[in-house]
Write a protein that binds this ligand. Structure first.
Ligand SMILES: [Zn+2]
Length: 225
């Protein structure tokens, strides 16, 4: 078994949007990447076109996530099951404890999450990013060597450069298949990626900035000095 990689996000589909090809790459290298989601994605308005209520939508999205996980080569997917859209109001320490327990269970070495701006500013994304950082810095996750944040506008403005960059052109059919598996999200997906049959040049790169390594925040900036 290779390096232990874990992805920690808010909603089913976040993993594919930001890191579908990276996850597949780790799986192809013989690692067993794992995913933790804080919510089941039960608040999506568009999802409710296809589900009678939130609990049916949660069940549907869990099924979709299973199908996407198979496409991406995720070996385990876990859900904390918090209500979608509510991460800001739930008990933050409990959220951190859930993340800590996930990291400990899989003895993760490399952890990936949103940047603190949540990428698109979604409050759930911002909150799970903060909880993941808090978990890694808590001293309770000694297996973790590195924490990576999905490259975002804010990180770029702060001068952080990505240290992991994946060109998705060759892997696009895999990423497109995982996106298709998240069928209830088709409106948001086509808004972001366009027609999945066509490689989206503007969404070509999956990129991650190294945020923390062996006790040092922003180690690459620290090394420049
Ligand atoms: Zn999301």
């Amino acid at each position: 078994m290779g390096t232990r990689y874990g992805f920690i996000y808010a909603h089913p589909d976040d993993e594919t949007f930001l890191s579908g090809c990276l996850i597949r790459q780790f799986a192809d290298e013989g690692s067993s990447p794992v995913l933790l989601l804080a919510t089941r994605g039960d608040a999506g308005r568009q999802g409710l076109e296809r589900a009678a209520d939130k609990s049916e939508l949660a069940r549907l999205r869990e099924e979709e996530m299973k199908a996407a996980a198979e496409v991406l080569g995720l070996s385990h997917v876990e859900h904390l099951g918090y209500p979608d859209g509510q991460l800001v109001v739930i008990d933050f320490d409990a959220l951190v404890a859930g993340v800590v327990s996930f990291i400990q269970r899989y003895e993760l070495e490399n952890v990936f999450s949103f940047a603190e701006d949540g990428g698109n500013g979604h409050p759930d994304h911002v909150t799970i990013s903060k909880a993941t950082t808090a978990a890694v810095l808590s001293g309770q996750c000694p297996s973790v060597r590195r924490l990576y944040y999905a490259a975002s506008g804010t990180l770029r403005d702060q001068g952080h450069k990505p240290s992991i960059v994946v060109d998705t052109e060759r892997g696009w059919p895999v990423k497109a298949a995982a996106l298709k598996a998240h069928a209830t999200q088709h409106v948001a997906i086509s808004k972001y990626f366009g027609d999945l049959a066509v490689f989206p040049e503007a969404r070509r790169w999956e990129a991650f900035v190294l945020g923390w390594e062996d006790g040092v925040m922003w180690p690459e900036k620290a090394a420049e000095k």
